[in-house]
Write a protein that binds this ligand. Structure first.
Ligand SMILES: [Cu+2]
Length: 326
């Protein structure tokens, strides 16, 4: 048994004890138990609270919707990562997260060569992690939803936004681990089908983000097609997020923020309100995400270095009902 498994069992035993005592004492219904498994076909609830994910440990395979509720005061995302067989959260904690943090510390100190040498220490298996989308950048108090097709296996949810230069997924304190959560995608298949969409977004490393559909006020579902998978200087592939722009939003600051290698990149607080999207996926994969639009200015933006230069920062306006005074 692993240490975390032992801890979990201890927590479960405590919960059972509390439930039994509570029922015996007053005969009322038991308090809610921790989330351990999502029922097949149900929406998988993922909560960001502080610098932790609260999410199920088992998720059905097939088309599954992840609803990400950000209860914290910071912007986060929830990237879905399929681990190679035999690897788990402890390997990420011991062999990957510290390397990225040490490399980031070197970048913050202006030592780009040292940082690249450090990133060269990443283990071979990290190159075999498959990024499978997941809820994109989501601002404080916001809820975002992504639907993806998952095969059975061992997965992580990860957020690597930074606070004070430290990745949310890195926490050097034992048993106080940061924004990484391991879950198992089971053989039980979700009865949910592929969602319907009214907006289609095509992502390619060869051209601008292509959006087809009407971005009118109200609810929409966007289908995101990953036509190819190009790896950029930040070791990541293209993706797409929705961000609300205010009159004083600085687009060049926003563009810089999308590159985690910059000291100000992905650093708390975000320069604008993010409303979800999808993290990267392999070529040929498709994700769906829910969008709620009000009249105003928005942008589609990818988490890549210089998104504007790549055609991956696209501003658009949602027109209001003219009788409403907009
Ligand atoms: Cu985070």
């Amino acid at each position: 048994m692993t240490k975390s498994g032992g801890l979990l069992r201890t927590v479960e035993a405590l919960v059972v004890a509390v439930v039994v005592v509570g029922m015996t004492a007053c005969g009322k219904s038991p308090p809610p138990t921790p989330i351990t498994a999502a029922p097949p076909g149900a929406v998988v609830e993922v909560i960001a609270r502080g610098l932790q994910f609260i999410a199920p440990e088992e998720v059905p395979s097939g088309w599954t919707t992840f609803r990400f509720r950000n209860e914290s005061g910071m912007t986060h995302f929830a990237m879905i990562e399929r681990l190679p067989d035999g690897y788990g959260i402890r390997d990420q904690q011991e062999q990957v997260a510290p390397i990225f943090q040490q490399g980031m510390d070197l970048l913050n100190a202006g030592d780009a060569d040292g940082a690249m040498a450090k990133f060269g220490e990443l283990p071979e298996w990290f190159g075999r992690v498959v990024f499978m989308g997941g809820p994109g950048l989501t601002g404080p108090g916001q809820i975002s939803e992504v639907t993806v097709f998952l095969e059975p296996g061992t997965y992580l949810l990860e957020c690597y936004v930074k606070t004070n230069g430290v990745f949310h997924s890195y926490n050097p304190a034992p048993d106080a681990y940061g924004m990484v959560h391991q879950f198992q995608v089971t053989e039980a298949v979700s009865p949910a089908g592929e969602p319907d969409a009214d907006i289609r977004i095509t992502l390619s490393g060869e051209r601008d983000i292509e959006v087809v559909g009407d971005t009118t006020p109200g609810e929409h579902v966007a289908q995101v097609v990953f036509e190819d998978h190009k790896i950029y200087e930040n070791f990541a592939g293209h993706d797409v997020h929705l961000v609300r722009l205010e009159d004083d939003t600085d687009l060049s600051q926003l563009a810089t923020w999308m590159d985690w290698r910059q000291p100000s990149g992905l650093e708390t607080p975000a320069p604008a309100l993010f409303l979800g999207g999808t993290n990267e996926m392999p070529a040929g994969q498709t994700a769906y995400f829910n969008i709620s639009l009000e009249p105003g200015r928005y942008a589609w933006i990818a988490e890549v270095p210089d998104p504007e230069g790549k055609g991956m920062l696209q501003v658009f306006t949602v027109s209001g009902d003219h009788t409403g005074g907009y």
